[in-house]
Design a protein around this ligand. Structure first.
Ligand SMILES: Cc1cc2nc3c(=O)[nH]c(=O)nc-3n(C[C@H](O)[C@H](O)[C@H](O)COP(=O)(O)OP(=O)(O)OC[C@H]3O[C@@H](n4cnc5c(N)ncnc54)[C@H](O)[C@@H]3O)c2cc1C
Length: 382
């Protein structure tokens, strides 16, 4: 008989985990406040808003690179089978100051540093001092997330509209519980008194034109203009970005620090966080004009949005671990910060491994390659 799993949360972490567990032979139900494709505006439901680059921004975990590497394996396979919305294109990380503060370059495809580049996006007045380029996966949210949700449903997955609290765990029938409740975890688990929650603003420009490099490739960028130009109220430098989708652009970004009050509302001492940062529009507009000759003001259909990234804090960061309770196995998968999409498959695979390790009698383990083959076979059929 199939083992039954309850996933709490219908965001990208919950749905990805649910899909992978289904493909690996489990019967999965997803419990959530809402149906993921019916809710559209709640900023506390982060998976409605990701810009969805596959880059580990604003997230902490000791094994981050390992999880990122695993995730990329899955994205590569999905890209190979042309899974809806998954693209790969030239992405630039650019800085107006010296910066080499990341350690993921060995894990990415086509990495080149600024000095090797013949061409890169530019601001007309702010010189770029450092940076790199690579071939980056992007999940076009209009297609990718709905397709994943449909895959879950088509494979006999069930959605249960229910809010879970500390006392209602007992009412869940399934043998195994996976907690993917995102920001909800702060209350559900009751473990972190003032978690770090970064507010992020987005400007969605609808029906925009494609942004291409001189060699005809689609291009995206993150640009950090320096602390004299764009920061929060406390001087933390911010970056802006432009990520093209099929028909739109997603412009960001901001990372205002705050936390949750007892009722689960976001609070911050940073007054700047209350307004849409004008730099997102002005800096991006200047870069797009200078680099591609395109005028942002030509596109009138714009949506101003914001949502929250649950970072927890630098020390604890992402929580991907099992908890020993007397009656059943609980696995936590939350605190993905600005990288929930990026890490979604790596975390889902870690959950699968934990379940196998904790519940199977034999000493069998599963390799990513085995999981990938069955996943790709099933998803191709749908
Ligand atoms: C502006 C912005 C830009 C971003 N860009 C990127 C990017 O480029 N790349 C990237 O990888 N990531 C990005 N992210 C981060 C990404 O959006 C999140 O990490 C991710 O969406 C988190 O997904 P999740 O499924 O863990 O949580 P969520 O999407 O928050 O989902 C939580 C789910 O749990 C449910 N839930 C919560 N509590 C309960 C409860 N008690 N009972 C029942 N259900 C409950 C909710 O209803 C929801 O269904 C961005 C985030 C923001 C805000």
């Amino acid at each position: 008989m199939k083992k039954k799993v309850a996933v709490i949360g219908a965001g990208i972490s919950g749905i990805t985990t649910a899909v992978l567990l289904q493909q690996s032979g489990y019967e999965v139900s997803v419990y959530a406040h809402e149906h993921p494709l019916k809710e559209t505006k709640n900023p506390y439901f982060s998976s409605l808003f990701p810009s969805a680059s596959i880059i580990p921004h604003s997230v902490f975990h000791p094994d981050l690179n390992e999880i990122f590497k695993l995730s990329q394996l899955f994205f590569s396979k999905l890209h190979e089978i042309s899974f809806a919305g998954l693209t790969k294109h030239e992405h630039f990380e650019l800085f107006a100051f010296e910066n080499s503060a990341v350690d993921y370059p060995p894990l990415i495809d086509g990495y080149e540093t600024l000095t090797d580049l013949e061409w890169h996006p530019k601001h007309p007045d702010i010189p770029i001092k450092s940076g790199w380029k690579f071939n980056c996966f992007f999940a076009d949210w209009t297609d990718y997330f709905p397709k994943l949700v449909h895959s879950f449903v088509q494979n006999n997955g069930t959605f249960i509209n229910k809010t879970i609290d500390l006392n209602s765990y007992a009412s869940i029938d399934e043998d195994i519980i996976i907690n993917c409740s995102g920001l909800g975890s702060a209350q559900l688990i009751n473990e972190d008194k003032s978690p770090l929650i970064l507010k992020g603003h987005l400007l969605k420009v609808n029906n925009a034109v494609e942004l291409k490099s001189p060699s005809g490739n689609t291009v995206s960028y993150n640009f950090s203009p320096g602390s004299d130009i764009y920061t929060d109220s406390f001087g933390t430098p911010f970056d802006v970005y432009c990520y093209p989708r099929k028909d739109d652009w997603i412009l960001g970004g901001s990372r205002y620090k705050g936390t949750l009050d007892d009722q689960g509302n976001w609070i911050s001492e940073d007054e700047l966080s209350q307004q849409f940062p004008p730099q997102i529009e002005s800096l991006n507009s200047e870069i797009i004009k200078e680099t591609f000759g395109t005028d942002l003001s030509e596109f009138s259909e714009k949506e101003y949005q914001y949502s929250y990234r649950y970072v927890r804090n630098r020390k604890n960061g992402l929580r991907i671990e099992s908890e020993n309770t007397s009656d059943r196995l609980i696995i936590h998968n939350y605190g993905h910060g600005g990288a929930g999409v990026t890490l979604s498959w790596g975390c889902a695979f870690s959950v699968l491994q934990m379940i196998i390790k904790k519940t199977e009698i034999s000493n069998t383990d599963i390799t990513p390659e085995q999981a990938l083959i069955s996943l790709a076979n099933e998803l191709t059929k749908l």
